[in-house]
Design a protein around this ligand. Structure first.
Ligand code: AQP
Length: 327
């Protein structure tokens, strides 16, 4: 039986953080053996907000490095850069003709980013989810592993597929959103989603000293003002990270200690810091090793693009035929 196809991507907008790792990449790795996986570095998406062109290629390289260091084995999947397969933008145009503008105007990410970049709300920002739909549908992917913040865009992808199929005949499968245990990793501010632009993150290559600096001032349960105050671990951001990095024994210890004021927030953070280092140290080491092998990374991206371009061109041919655009 053919393996189900998986597609996902991350924007090269800065160093990958543990939100990207837990919310997306760790799930990608778990799918490698039993699925036909395609993972993309979505640079076309990254240019929908202000950015520094001179830095783009380094960011793309860093993202590729990050994927592989986190365990996305290029021997078991395709890794490529979105703009190396320009058919994504061609399909976006065709899909633009089936989806009403009103659907895009209600996207929460569009509303948030329009607020954030009030002076420059571009067409690219509005059209971002259609490009995302094209990224997925061009490979006829059936499974899309992402964090919870992408659920609405995936719903829109299914709308686009349905509308296209209704108008031009069965072409695209409606892809399933796959959300893992870490659906929404909260940032160190204890409020917003961990995010590159909000600078509330721990990167995947953070050195233990740097991580401790960030963790030691991270927001916890506000009711614990002094060490002897009891806390509520269920509302604490640090407890949530424990659930994702610590072993069961450590989790029970910090939950009980927080409820009974048996341990302070700093003690709790120290255990977390060690647990994160335990998981991330091998990733950081692999990242450092791979960094000097630029050619190897570039070859992975070239081979990935070659394979993906072939699939994408086949889909474009089929779409054009169905839309009456093929002579
Ligand atoms: N905090 C998070 N918790 C769980 N999943 C997350 N993801 C991102 N942040 C979290 C997941 O990572 C994948 C790629 O995200 P992206 O970089 O393409 O875009 P993003 O979601 O906008 O990530 P950032 O860090 O917030 O980037 P900026 O600040 O540049 O906008 C997606 O699967 C996402 O769900």
């Amino acid at each position: 039986m053919a393996k189900k196809r998986v597609f996902s991507g991350i924007q090269p907008t800065g160093i990958l953080h543990i939100g990207n790792y837990l919310g997306a990449i760790k799930n990608w790795v778990s799918l490698l053996d039993d699925h036909d996986c395609i993972f993309c570095i979505v640079d076309y998406h990254a240019i929908t907000v202000p950015y520094e062109p001179a830095e783009m290629q380094n960011r793309i390289f860093d993202a590729a490095l990050g994927y592989i260091a986190c365990g996305v084995d290029p021997e078991k999947c395709s890794i490529f850069v979105q703009s190396d397969v320009p058919e994504h933008t061609e399909l976006t145009w065709y899909l633009n003709t089936v989806i009403p503008v009103a659907y895009l105007e209600r996207m929460t990410q569009f509303k948030d980013k329009s607020e954030q970049f009030r002076d420059n709300v571009t067409m690219g920002l509005l059209d971002y989810p259609v490009l995302q739909a094209a990224d997925i549908l061009i490979y006829k992917a059936e499974i899309v592993p992402v964090g919870e913040d992408q659920s609405q865009h995936l719903e829109l992808t299914r709308d686009v597929a349905r509308k296209f199929n209704n108008l031009y005949g069965e072409t695209f499968p409606e892809p399933r959103t796959l959300i893992g245990k870490a659906a929404r990793v909260v940032g160190l501010d204890g409020q917003a989603k961990m995010s590159k632009t909000l600078n509330n993150y721990i990167s995947i290559t953070e050195l233990p000293e740097e991580m401790w600096k960030k963790l030691s001032v991270a927001v916890t349960d506000p009711s614990r003002k002094r060490r002897k105050d009891t806390g509520n671990p269920d509302i604490c951001n640090i407890r949530m990270l424990h659930a994702l990095f610590s072993i069961e024994k450590e989790q029970m210890y910090v939950v009980e200690g927080c409820r009974s004021a048996g341990i302070g927030c700093l003690d709790c953070k120290k255990i977390l810091s060690d647990a994160i280092s335990r998981e991330m140290a091998p990733i950081r080491e692999r990242y450092e090793q791979l960094k000097s092998d630029r050619d190897k990374i570039l070859t992975v991206l070239e081979e990935g693009a070659k394979r993906c371009r072939e699939i994408a061109q086949n889909t474009i041919r089929e779409v054009k035929k169905k839309m009456g655009l093929l002579r």
